[in-house]
Design a protein around this ligand. Structure first.
Ligand SMILES: *[C@@H]1O[C@H](CO)[C@@H](O)[C@H](O)[C@H]1NC(C)=O
Ligand SMILES: *[C@@H]1O[C@H](CO)[C@@H](O)[C@H](O)[C@H]1NC(C)=O
Length: 225
């Protein structure tokens, strides 16, 4: 049973050998930098990792283009090197031909984040050489958050600058007003005494009717007069 399975698998591999080769039609080169990404914690790229890679590719095509007939055996890897690079193609189970490169490419780009996470890698350490490392949909929401944060900070800075400038202008105005008013203080106090709330004071009782509590200080100044 196992032997039969093994021989059919190897037969399939032999049949598909021509489909997967460097620079073949619809073939993609993948390069992994495990040491760069993980340092001492780098794992060894072995057959189990290859199996996971095939599974991720099959998953991407199944979810992206509803190709639910695609199995792990439809993902063919070849020319795997020790510094970890390899080529792969995806075959169409109904025709035994490779799937169009642009379909595979779009499926991978859609699932780029999940593929990266499955291997603890990122766009720089898990490279699909023919596929530009553009951000997939799951990472897009993070960009607007940055833009919003930047916008808020920018607005606060602008508001701060405007407030500073305005308070500066106001202070300067107040100062110049004060310097102009110091000369008129006595005149002003006199008019305040004579006309309080629009009523001429001399017609009323001076102390009861006219003394405003707010002006007590001024009043004290005036008493000697
Ligand atoms: C890829 O592998 C095949 C068979 O294993 C070999 O004949 C071929 O030379 C290799 N190509 C490259 C570019 O290494
Ligand atoms: C595809 O390949 C498999 C196994 O090699 C074979 O059984 C099947 O008939 C092939 N299908 C087509 C459509 O060629």
């Amino acid at each position: 049973m196992l032997v039969a399975l093994f021989s059919t698998l190897s037969l399939v591999t032999i049949i598909h050998a021509q489909l997967c080769e460097p620079d073949a039609k619809n073939a993609f080169k993948v390069r992994l930098s495990l040491k760069t990404a993980l340092g001492d914690k780098a794992y060894v790229w072995d057959e189990n990792e290859e199996y996971l890679f095939k599974a991720m590719m099959a998953f991407s095509l199944r979810t992206f283009s509803n190709r639910e007939t695609i199995e792990i055996s439809n993902i063919l890897l070849c020319n795997v090197t020790k510094r970890v690079s390899f080529w792969f193609v995806v075959t169409d189970p109904s025709t035994n031909q490779t799937l169009p490169a642009d379909e595979v490419q779009r499926a991978i780009r859609m699932n780029r984040n999940r593929i990266n996470h499955a291997f603890f890698l990122n766009d720089q350490t898990l490279e699909f050489l023919e596929i530009p490392a553009t951000l997939g949909p799951p990472t897009e929401p993070s960009t607007p958050v940055w833009i919003i944060t930047f916008g808020v900070v920018f607005c606060l800075v602008i508001i701060g600058i405007v407030l500073l400038v305005m308070s500066g202008i106001r202070q300067r105005r107040r100062k110049s007003k004060e310097s102009r008013e110091t000369g008129d203080v006595e005149d002003k106090n006199e008019t305040m005494v004579t006309i309080e709330n629009g009523i001429p004071c001399d017609t009323l009782d001076f102390k009861e009717g006219c003394v405003n509590r707010a002006l007590v200080a001024d009043d004290e100044k005036l008493t000697p007069l």
